[in-house]
Structure formats: structure tokens, C-alpha cells
Design a protein around this ligand. Structure first.
Ligand SMILES: [Zn+2]
Length: 315
């Protein structure tokens, strides 16, 4: 445990460049950690080598530094931590909490009903593989009943894993460990006490709470801040053509992030320095002002109230 009793983190995937949506989660987790006198770590979630974009990690760290973020300790990479996930996997296997599954994604999709995050696994292999079937993935047993946690932004969240998700994959058919396992193990081993991240991960949090329990890990506290979405409700991402953060507009980017996070920074900050932005933000940050929504709509046009005093051009 850190001396200050608070350790936060930002954990981007190097599948592309950071955009304004990613900045919201980074700013919120950073300010919450610093304003509580805590530490703030950066972890690269490169668990899935085929999705890793060459050079993205370097650009992410460079953009964070250009925006004035200062992280504590070394940057961890999930790609270097397979042995640790293997140990956790062994612990779950030893405890009889996981089982091999022979079903392909297509087979599951053809018989399962839709859940909160894809099809609900119907439990086909729960009591053993059918004759002649080969194990592909490993799944974790879930029990009926609600998993609940009190999110610092979104309030009390509940999910019945058995009906909303089903037994979920811990080790994938391609041999890679699932995100759910890696994130829980890493947060525990890094001594993270508080996870502040985008609300797109709200629905996977009950799976992580369940895994913490299965592994005997002390639960972390969660705060899920809204993600930036376009007018169709789609999260800003590489797929929705969100533009990469430009370091030369760092102060403006930080100011925009603070606006979307409900902090109402003065308009003059948008034209100030990065240091001015952080100084104001650290003096005024309040998690209570963050909109209690899963998403906020990204306004590409100048003219909305919070940008009405903006005079310099984003280009
Ligand atoms: Zn199966």
C-alpha cells in the first residue's frame, strides 16, 4: 500500500493514439490521485499482440508527457507479465473455479441470448466436455445473485453475472489471458486502491469484482467517468475516426477535458499554458461535479456554452 493510502492508474491499450475521449479518463484519474495526495501509475495494456500498433506506446507516453502528466514508478506492460497471470490462472484452477470450454464463438452466438456484453454463455461445457470435443478456452464459474459495487460517479451498480454474462472466459482459445484476469491481477500487484476510468468498462466491473473475490484480492474502489460519444451515441475511438491528440494544443485539450468532466474551467485557461491548466485543475477538481452519465456528447462545433468564449482555432 502507498503511504498516502491512495494509488490510481491510467491503463491505455497501444491499439492507436490517444484522443480527447482517452484524455477524459487520464485527467480524471490523475486529478483524483493528486488531489488526494496519492500516486498515479501508467500501465500499458498490450495483452493482445495482434491488436498492438507499432509505435503507439511511445506516442501515448509522449503525448501524456506533453500534456503535463507525471507518473510514478516504471511503466508496466501486460505483455511482459504472462507468468503472473499464469500463477493466478493456476490458483483458480486449483480451486476448481474454472473449466475448459470447447465452444467456438459462433456456436455460443447461435444458441445464446444477448447479455450486457455479448451473448450469455449457456453453460454447455460447465459439467465437462462432450465426447470428442477439444478444450479451446477456459471459463470462470459464476453464481446466480447480484454483484454490486458503489461507484463514486455512477452510484450503486448491480449485475447478476449468471443471467447478464454467464461463465466468462479467463484464458482465450488463442492462449492469451483475458483482459478481465489481467486487469484484476495487475491492479492488485501494483497496489492500486482506486480505479478511475471510462464508463465503457462499467459493465465489465462486476466480472472484475467477482474475480477479486475468487482470487482473495482486496476490492478496489471504482469511479467511472463518462466517455465521449458522437451524436449517434458511439464512443469516440479509432473506429469512429477520433483524431489523435495534438501536443501543440495540449492546454486547449486539457481545458476541453475539464469542460466535459463538468469542472467549468474559465475560458481563458484554454489559451494559457499546460502548467496554468493543471494549477487551476488541482485547486478546483471535484469528482462530485463529473456528470453522472455513461457518456457525454462530443461537440465538434464551437458555439456551445462551455466553448462560447473560445477564440483560437483548434486547427
Ligand atoms: Zn463450452
Amino acid at each position: 500500500m502507498p503511504a498516502a493510502g491512495y494509488r490510481g492508474r491510467f491503463a491505455p491499450s497501444p491499439t492507436g493514439d490517444l484522443h480527447l475521449g482517452s484524455l477524459l479518463a487520464a485527467v480524471a484519474s490523475y486529478l483524483e490521485a493528486r488531489c488526494r495526495g496519492g500516486e498515479w501509475l501508467v500501465r500499458i495494456e498490450d495483452l493482445d499482440p495482434p491488436r498492438t500498433v507499432p509505435g503507439a506506446e511511445g506516442r501515448i507516453l509522449g503525448v501524456l508527457a506533453a500534456h503535463g502528466f507525471e507518473w510514478d514508478g516504471p511503466v508496466w506492460r501486460q505483455s511482459e507479465r504472462q507468468a503472473v497471470y499464469e500463477t493466478a490462472f493456476g490458483q483458480l484452477r486449483e480451486a476448481g473455479l474454472i473449466y475448459p470450454c470447447a465452444c467456438s464463438r459462433k456456436e455460443v452466438a447461435s444458441i445464446a441470448r444477448a447479455g450486457v456484453d455479448g451473448p450469455v454463455y449457456p453453460g454447455t461445457c460447465r459439467h465437462g466436455l462432450l465426447a470428442g470435443r477439444m478444450s479451446r478456452a477456459w471459463r470462470l464459474h459464476v453464481d446466480a445473485g447480484c454483484v454490486a459495487f458503489d461507484d463514486a460517479v455512477q452510484g450503486v451498480c448491480k449485475q447478476d453475472l449468471a443471467t447478464d454474462v454467464g461463465d466468462f472466459v479467463i484464458k482465450r482459445a488463442d492462449g492469451l489471458f483475458a483482459y478481465q484476469l489481467a486487469v484484476v491481477v495487475d491492479d492488485a500487484l501494483q497496489g492500486v486502491t482506486d480505479v478511475v476510468r471510462g464508463a465503457d468498462l462499467l459493465d465489465s466491473t462486476p466480472r472484475q469484482c467477482h474475480l477479486q473475490q475468487c482470487l482473495g484480492i482486496v476490492p478496489v474502489r471504482y469511479a467511472h467517468v463518462p466517455v465521449l460519444a458522437n451524436e449517434h451515441g458511439e464512443k469516440l475511438s479509432k473506429q469512429t475516426l477520433a483524431s489523435p491528440l495534438q501536443p501543440e494544443h495540449a492546454a486547449l485539450n486539457l481545458w476541453l477535458a475539464l469542460c466535459y468532466l463538468g469542472q467549468c474551467p474559465p475560458a481563458t485557461l484554454a489559451q494559457g499554458t499546460v502548467a496554468d491548466c493543471w494549477q487551476w485543475a488541482r485547486a478546483h477538481w471535484s469528482l462530485d461535479r463529473v456528470p453522472r452519465q455513461r457518456s457525454v456528447v462530443w461537440q465538434s462545433d464551437v458555439g456551445m456554452d462551455m466553448r462560447c468564449d473560445l477564440t483560437n482555432d483548434r486547427d
